[in-house]
Write a protein that binds this ligand. Sequence first.
Ligand code: GAR
Length: 183
Amino acid sequence: MKKIAVFASGNGSNFQVIAEQFPVEFVFSDHRDAYVLKRAEQLSVPSYAFELREFDSKTAYEEAVAALLAEHQIDLVCLAGYMKIVGPTLLAAYEGRIINIHPAYLPEFPGAHGIEDAWQAGAAESGVTVHWVDSGVDTGKVIKQVRVPRLAADTLERFEERIHAAEYQLYPAVLESLGVEKR
Ligand code: GAR
């Protein structure tokens, strides 16, 4: 059975959708006060949190993260709103075993504000992408992506909601396609 860990920096709604359908070994957050940690507690999923600033370097931080993954024998790391660039230390240990969800149709609108950027650009459609993580920012090989149109009646808020709804469908579908067993 493939063991997964989910990494999230804030809200954790994607984590929750995943954890309700798949056994999650643990959730990791790079923010000790992230809401995702409360969700984990409610769902009885073990969690870990530590912050980059608590370490001397990003290398030391990522060594601690990699140690956690090794200790739990994690097969697949699922980034879900983990707002840090994965650095060389973690990549060296786990490249090919880290996936990420991005709220746009890559390579369109990469970066930290995919939804707002598509909205501001007036794009007729955007989407959601799950991709393998490499050393670039949202550049890794696409696993699966779906289009989400911008509707005439959309506000940014409604557009955002529909993007998130698409995420909640796409991430579980990708996990299943990668052979992660449901609970
Ligand atoms: C999600 O929309 C995810 O795609 C996005 O952060 C949000 C996290 O929401 N990630 C990125 O923008 C990565 N570039 P959540 O914490 O409620 O799952």
